[in-house]
Design a protein around this ligand. Structure first.
Ligand code: PGA
Length: 250
């Protein structure tokens, strides 16, 4: 059956020393509890190898992106094999900030997903509508299209390796969380789209995380919904106590 997962997305925050300190704190805090979910931290590229050196296997490590090429003359890019060589096991792909600010299209994301899977990295693949699409009622179709375009060329076996994260763009970093019912409506929709393509078993086994202003005070209500399997946490992942407050919401 599908796993419950809480993953932190640190974005472009923390210096190396700060990041290693935060990773150590989360690692220690996890030792002290019997977590009912998998816990992952996705950190800047510059931090990956150092963080890998200070955490135990109980805490998963991921990158926030990877290149859409395997190697070569792509100045400034970081490839999936490079990410994997640090000890990271996960990679966030298709985050709305990448789509919005760096022009990442479904075509590019398709390539990134394939390169990540070749390195046995687990993609945490993000989807979600902008405010206008929420308000004009097209949000379910928008998310369907994001999934179809980037992921539906995958075999059922490869699709089964993904984690999905539904992140309504209007809720990211705004303090404005989707209600638990809004999240559940979308998560159930996503699961039915997956079932339509790959069958019920693949859909039932897929972990679908919610992201967007998730915090200790609203995590429990969100995670209680049947199709919400955890969270992708931005701001609240930068503070050990609040991140652990979300982890223990399960
Ligand atoms: P937030 O970010 O929790 O700060 O809203 C979530 C995300 O963008 O992954």
């Amino acid at each position: 059956m599908r796993k419950n997962i809480v993953a932190g997305n640190w974005k472009m925050n923390t210096t190396l020393a700060e990041g290693v300190g935060l990773a150590k704190d989360v690692n220690e805090a996890l030792k002290g509890i019997d977590a009912k979910c998998d816990v992952v931290i996705c950190v800047p590229f510059t931090h990956l190898a150092s963080v890998a050196g200070v955490i135990d296997s109980k805490l998963g490590l991921g990158a926030e992106n990877c290149a859409d090429h395997l190697k070569g003359a792509y100045t400034g890019e970081v490839s999936a094999p490079m990410v994997a060589s640090t000890g990271a096991k996960y990679v966030i792909l298709g985050h709305s900030e990448r789509r919005q600010y760096y022009g990442e299209t479904s075509e590019i994301l398709k390539t990134k997903v394939n390169l990540a899977l070749e390195e046995n990295l687990t993609p945490i693949f993000c989807i979600g509508e902008v405010l206008e699409e929420r308000e004009n009622g097209t949000f379910l179709d928008v998310v369907t299209k994001q999934i179809e375009e980037a992921l539906f060329d995958l075999s059922a076996e490869d699709f089964g390796k993904l984690i999905l994260a539904y992140e309504p763009v209007w809720a990211i970093g705004t303090g404005k969380t989707a209600t638990a019912d809004q999240a559940e409506e979308m998560h159930a929709h996503i699961r039915s789209v997956i079932a339509g393509k790959y069958g019920k078993e693949v859909a039932d086994n897929c972990s679908i995380l919610y992201g967007g202003s998730c915090k200790p005070s609203n995590a429990k209500e969100l995670f209680e919904k049947p199709d919400v399997d955890g969270g992708l946490i931005g701001g609240a992942a930068l503070d050990c106590a609040s991140f652990m407050g979300i982890v223990t919401a399960f």
